[in-house]
Write a protein that binds this ligand. Structure first.
Ligand code: BTN
Length: 252
């Protein structure tokens, strides 16, 4: 098999941990292993931000996977994982299909509030590519902490649904395995990107982007097969934005 997927039998359950992503960096924990925790003391977000777990029901998850073929479009992993989260949520809450969106590259938004984030950390070896896929998902809580509210965070559900955390978790694991297999099948990537583009928060919207010295305005028109955001700027030139782009603002 060219990819070592998440193994249902390699689950580790923790009460408190610094960060589940950090925990899985231990080389003794082999690909296929995944870990969940009730809370984190040093949850990591993208771009050196922190991830604060909030609410009563939440998913704090990391999984380690391995690809044994280095010629795959690994830049797709984060956005495909966002798709996996959407599919898992749609299974239990189909009425949310129109309101859940992916904020490129890989945040999940419900009604303009961020309810989930993905942090993928990868290492390349001589003949293998190992990724630690971390997911934080705020399911529900009685209150939204003020600082999270002001930063635009939110919950998936208005009310607690007993048992939903475990159900969603099981579905997310299966769904991640499916999207990772799709990465190994070049002929279906375009179709996958079209599906994701239809659910992108910035689909057909105007954005400002670039570095601090040269900011440009443009319209989002699609996603490339590497998962980059395709933008046409005011001077009609085409840009493929990577998630490391210095500056990025959604204009509406
Ligand atoms: C982001 O939105 O910036 C990404 C947030 C990712 C948070 C998850 S929670 C589980 C895993 N462990 C971490 O330390 N971070 C990820």
């Amino acid at each position: 098999m060219s990819v070592v997927l998440l193994d249902p039998n390699k689950k580790i359950v923790l009460d408190v941990v610094d960060s589940t992503n950090l925990y899985l960096k231990n080389p003794e924990l082999k690909p296929g292993t995944w870990v969940t925790a009730d809370s984190q003391t040093k949850g990591k977000g993208r771009k050196n931000r922190t991830w604060i777990d909030i609410g009563d029901e939440k998913i704090i998850f990391s999984g380690k996977v391995q690809f044994n073929n280095l010629n795959l479009p690994f830049t797709l992993i984060p956005i495909f994982v966002a798709k996996a989260i959407l599919l898992a949520i749609f299974k239990f809450f189909p009425h949310l299909e129109d309101s859940l969106k992916i904020k490129w590259p890989n945040d999940i938004y419900l009604n303009n509030r961020k309810i989930s984030g993905v942090l993928v950390e990868s290492e390349v070896g001589s003949n293998k590519f190992v990724s630690i896929i971390g997911i934080g998902l705020n399911i529900s809580g009685k209150q939204l902490p003020i600082e999270i509210e002001s930063q635009g965070g939110g919950y998936l559900l208005e009310k607690e649904v007993p048992g939903i955390r475990e159900k969603l978790l099981g579905e997310i694991v299966g769904s991640i395995n499916n999207v990772l297999l799709a990465i190994t099948e070049p002929e279906i990537i375009k179709e996958e990107m079209d599906w994701i583009y239809q659910r992108l928060l910035m689909k057909d919207k105007f954005i400002r982007f670039g570095d601090k010295q040269t900011l440009k305005k443009g319209k989002v028109i699609g996603l490339t097969e590497q998962g980059f955001l395709l933008v046409v700027s005011e001077d009609e030139s085409l840009h493929e934005l990577m998630d490391t782009t210095d500056y990025f603002e959604l204009l509406g």
